[in-house]
Ligand binder design. Structure first.
Ligand code: SF4
Ligand code: SF4
Length: 363
């Protein structure tokens, strides 16, 4: 049973000391930061978002974390994918505001990396970002939200997709993107598949060739069922391959650190249906929950997902063509048609942590 610390975004009374930033500082005090990070270089892996997005982690929380790490004798720096860093300053991520340098994880040209083996399906290896590999310690500071490819984007996604180069991110995506067949000779171009696709995932190019954008695909099989010519086949294993691939890439990356130098923190605020990489924000789908932290990544992911409940869904928060479906149990599965627990299940199976947890709320 792993321990997950929780600072709720609810404020009991009108008192600044009972608000989330103050509770977040007390949450950090629950960890032996000096023992973990004194004299260590600490990569704080975030997703700094892009373009018009405004729902990434507020800089105030990043500053609180950095101040706590400096007080503990650590040498923190913020890092994210090389393409994301140059535009981060318009969202308030600057050294002046945060109190620590902001460094592209694989250098300015996304070419500072170390190749590490994964050996899963088509994912033989990953180009792991140099600033991650060379750091002494890592804090995985994630924004919990929905994700079109895997249902949920939290710590596993922050590590697997964010600690590798753009090339390896593409290789991870290919685990899901390559597994459909379209029989051109039998296609009558009636477009019933496209008309019956609830995700708007099907397109035909100028030459009339069919394609599926799997980010938006919900594996409902409407296209397969509605095709009068039996011209489409989809391998539903793709979603599992992607989620398992992410968990295995995460393992490879985490293995570059001593376990005692890792801390995972997830901000469950502005929980949008889609990832911050879209470059704009849409409304939150549930009310703010707060911040969770653990030294067990799997327990943190499980607790975070468990806290995003169907009954707390905020009607009107989904932009078209997103919609809540009957099928599925978790709220994010009802939106994306993908079981968000798969990645966590695999992470637990390969020994990255426990799905069993207890919550300790920080007042
Ligand atoms: S399986 Fe469903 S969501 Fe995916 S492309 Fe076919 S109709 Fe669209
Ligand atoms: S439903 Fe079948 S026949 Fe019609 S356009 Fe789609 S793939 Fe072609």
């Amino acid at each position: 049973m792993s321990l997950v610390h929780f600072a709720s975004s609810k404020v009991k009374s009108l008192n600044a000391d009972l608000s989330l930033p103050a509770k977040f500082r007390r949450l950090l005090n629950e960890y032996p930061l000096k023992e973990m990070f004194d004299k260590k270089s600490i990569a704080i892996k975030m997703h700094v978002g892009g373009h018009l997005g405004y729902t990434t982690i507020h800089p105030l929380f990043v500053r609180i974390l950095i101040d706590a790490l400096r007080e503990a004798g650590g040498r923190p720096f913020i890092t994210d994918g090389s393409g994301a860093i140059p535009g981060a300053k318009i969202r308030g991520y600057t050294e002046e505001v945060l109190g620590a340098p902001i460094v592209p994880a694989a250098g300015l040209n996304d070419n500072y990396y170390k190749v590490l083996p994964v050996g899963y399906h088509t994912l033989k290896d990953i180009q792991t970002c140099g600033e991650i590999v060379s750091a002494d310690a890592m804090i995985v500071f994630s924004h919990g939200k929905g994700h079109g490819h895997c249902g949920y984007g939290g710590a596993i996604k922050n590590i697997a997709m964010g600690c590798v180069t753009g090339h390896s991110r593409g290789s991870l995506h290919q685990l899901i993107d390559t597994e459909f067949e379209w029989d051109e000779d039998h296609c009558a171009h009636c477009y019933l598949c496209r008309a019956n696709c609830p995700g708007g995932a099907i397109t035909f190019n100028k030459e009339g060739r069919f394609n599926i954008f799997f980010h938006d695909c919900r594996y409902c099989m409407h296209c397969v069922t509605s095709c009068p010519e039996n011209a489409i086949k989809i391998n539903t294993e793709g979603i599992r391959w992607f989620q398992v691939g992410m968990a295995k890439a995460t393992e490879t990356i985490l293995n570059t650190f001593e376990p005692s130098r890792l801390l995972y923190i997830t901000a469950l605020m502005n929980i949008t249906p889609l990832c911050d990489c879209w470059g704009y924000s849409t409304p939150a789908i549930v009310p703010d929950i707060g911040i969770m932290a653990s030294t067990d990544m799997v327990a943190l992911e499980q607790a975070s997902l468990d806290s995003i409940k169907v009954e707390n869904f905020l009607p009107g928060s989904l932009p078209e063509p997103l919609a809540l479906r009957e099928e599925g149990t978790h709220l994010l599965e009802k939106i994306h048609g993908k079981d968000p627990y798969l990645q966590i299940e695999t992470a637990a199976e390969i020994g990255l942590g426990s799905r069993e947890y207890t919550i300790k709320e920080v007042d």
